[in-house]
Design a protein around this ligand. Sequence first.
Ligand SMILES: *Cc1c(COP(=O)(O)O)cnc(C)c1O
Length: 344
Amino acid sequence: MSTARLTIDLGALADNWRTLDSFTRCETAAVVKANGYGLDAGQVGRALAMAGARQFFVAAAEEGAALRRALGPGPVISVFSGHCAGDAELIRDNDLVPMLNSVDQMLRHVEGLPGHPFGIQLDSGMNRLGMEPAEWGALRDIALGQNPTLIMSHLACADEPAHPMNAQQLQAFREMTDGLDVPRSLAATGGLLLGPDYHFDLCRPGVGLYGGHPFEDALAVVTLDLPVIQIRDVAPGETVGYSNTWTAQRPSRIATVAAGYADGLIRAMGARAVTFSGDSVCPIVGRVSMDLITIDVTDLDHDPEVLTLLNDRQTVDDIAEAAGTIGYEILTSIGLRYMRRYIG
Ligand SMILES: *Cc1c(COP(=O)(O)O)cnc(C)c1O
């Protein structure tokens, strides 16, 4: 084994979906954009469909087409970016449901694909996607006449339960949608965990399914094992890696493993992350380089063949914090060089 091995536990993924689903009385969908948060939308989508998910969300129509090939007919596949120019055939042929974000998209949709199902995305304050309240006010009756299947909006600060933006967006969403006879959706993972006021008819978690913050009780879905390709003795005063950032203070044994920032192991995480050999912690020393990382294994009583970077003790969020980013970015940066194994 000379490339790192990424193990994706589809059983843990399905359990995370079931647990989130059990927190609500509404339907629970699954967000599988960005190729299933880097874990393969087809594998992830099939596992979640078997767990009971009947609705899926992707970012772009192209992703929806790939997911349809993996899932076959049946599950609803919705597209957050809506109906973009040139998308009509993809939407029609793959039976996708665009979440229309503007008057322009609405016109494009009803002219290009009359009678084809669609949903509506409203902006409740995030100012990223969706119709503004005034735009919605003007279009509302016409849009409702075309029977939208879902009205949705998205929370900007749901991972901070005490943030006043949550209640503010909830109120804005209610003002735009109360009394309408159309299913509604406001919550992603963070919103789902804020409680029933935020659930409406459908929740659409993404990151929590994959074991990420803010679903702190999630099961770990990814394990990353790095093969050791060389081990050497380093004398006190010798340095390790680019720019000599680490100097041995004692006679040390340094293992070099085959993975680096080209595999999505962000260089900035540097020495703030650790690796594991069984229960023992082995610190990263020196710079993370493109294909290699150096690790201090002096305290082990054996020479390891593998060191584990991601497991249930050090999650994508821990690595992210070490690198000054978020778990989402670690997941979606996972490299293509890994040997992947799907279990469960
Ligand atoms: C990405 C996304 C989600 C899922 O968010 P998570 O925080 O990963 O649960 C839901 N809705 C929209 C509009 C999104 O862009």
